[in-house]
Ligand binder design. Structure first.
Ligand SMILES: *Cc1c(COP(=O)(O)O)cnc(C)c1O
Length: 382
């Protein structure tokens, strides 16, 4: 029997014009970490998210978070509040700076940083003698966090927010684009994100001056002199003009891909509608417009006669369909478990019962039928 083709969680999906931009780079010999595609991609991103922001393209979303923290003045011994329920790349740059992460639980409606736990942590850290230097809030799976509530707390205590919008390009909150709420924000164009440049990211900066500073730091912090002169620590974080060419092509189909991912979410909402014990992460109100980068569910074994998300994951795997447990919270990771954590077990529970499902914009009707047949067969056991 022929092996069934693999259905991926989220795979690259080219629109068609990417190679033209890459070829242009070769034809004009702009094979360097600067050039017309880098400038063009930055302009495209600015036009998309809002022209009041200035975008600096970098080698990765992780590099963007790192340069964001540096510019928020985070240094050795400082504390940074960080959503625990996220990918490790949100938290690693805190350690790069020799600072201490303080992890915060999620709330159940968006799965993102909980304003109550956040405020409790801020008060407690201040009482313990140190006011946190920054807050890292994440729009996980493309679902905007509780922007109003979280920013109100940040404003009250005058702590800047570094917004991790790596998964949320194309998502909006009250009509405004994710990536424009924080003092700085990070975007990612890694291979599995909603648009990809194979690898890449950008830092969304509040103004021209901070963008210039970002580019300066990302290109080895060279002072203005004919020789190589340095008075700051520099980084080699600038995006290549080849990679940026892919990004320019991807920007042309971003909105189409957001629509297709949202259709995948609607497909799952429909598929699980009559299955007790399964919840699909969905916008809590009309203020939240998610790109649904990954459609994600929780499976409560108390309501499914004992069937768990792990059973479901294996059922998919047997049909060569990829699915994956939700992010394992940072405060449970060996590298981060010694750091403080404030919360009430919301993200622990999500990790225990949650699963990400195939969500790519390039899935076919045939793929959807294979997914559906696993779901129906699996829950028939109920
Ligand atoms: C992908 C991702 C990052 C890191 O982006 P890279 O471009 O892979 O470095 C950071 N935070 C979150 C939440 C992500 O999903």
């Amino acid at each position: 029997m022929q092996e069934k083709s693999k259905i991926w969680l989220s795979s690259p999906h080219m629109g068609g014009t990417e190679q033209d931009f890459v070829n242009q780079a070769f034809e004009t010999n702009w094979v360097a970490p600067l050039g017309p595609n880098v400038n063009g991609f930055e302009e495209d991103l600015q036009k998309y998210i809002g022209e009041e922001k200035k975008v600096a393209c970098l080698v990765s979303g992780t590099a963007a978070l790192h340069l964001g923290l540096i510019q928020l003045g985070v240094g050795y011994g400082d504390e940074v509040l960080c959503q625990s329920f996220t990918f490790s790349a949100s938290a690693n740059p805190i350690l790069y700076q020799g600072a201490t992460p303080v992890f915060i639980d999620s709330e159940a409606s968006t799965w993102n940083i909980c304003p109550i736990a956040l405020e409790e942590a801020i008060k407690d850290r201040i009482q313990k003698g140190k006011k946190p230097k920054a807050i890292i809030a994440v729009h996980l799976y493309g679902m905007p966090y509780l922007v109003d509530e979280v920013h109100e707390i940040a404003n009250t205590y005058k702590i800047p927010i570094l917004e991790d919008a790596a998964e949320a390009l194309g998502s909006t909150y009250k009509g405004r684009n994710c990536g424009t709420f924080g003092t700085f924000a990070a975007l990612s164009f890694n291979g599995n994100k909603i648009i990809t440049t194979s690898g890449g990211g950008s830092l969304v900066c509040p103004d021209k001056k901070t963008k210039e500073k970002t580019v300066f730091l990302a290109t080895q912090a060279r002072d203005d002199a004919p020789h190589y002169q340095h008075s700051h620590v520099g980084y080699n974080y600038r995006m290549s003009n080849i990679v940026a060419g892919i990004g320019r092509g991807q920007m042309q189909i971003l909105n189409k891909h957001v629509d297709l991912r949202r259709k995948m979410h609607a497909f799952y909402t429909d598929a699980f509608q009559n299955i007790t014990g399964v919840e699909v992460l969905s916008a809590p109100t009309e203020d939240f417009y998610a790109n649904h980068w990954l459609s994600s569910i929780t499976v409560d074994p108390n309501q499914t006669k004992g069937l768990t998300r792990e059973d479901l994951r294996i059922a998919f795997l047997e049909e060569n369909i990829e699915s994956r447990p939700l992010w394992k919270p940072m405060h449970l990771q060996p590298i981060f478990e010694k750091y403080p954590y404030y919360g009430k077990q919301v993200c622990e529970q999500l990790f225990k019962n949650g699963l990400c499902l195939p969500s790519g914009s390039n899935l076919t009707d045939n793929d959807r039928n294979r997914i559906l047949s696993v779901i129906y067969r699996f829950f028939k056991k109920q």
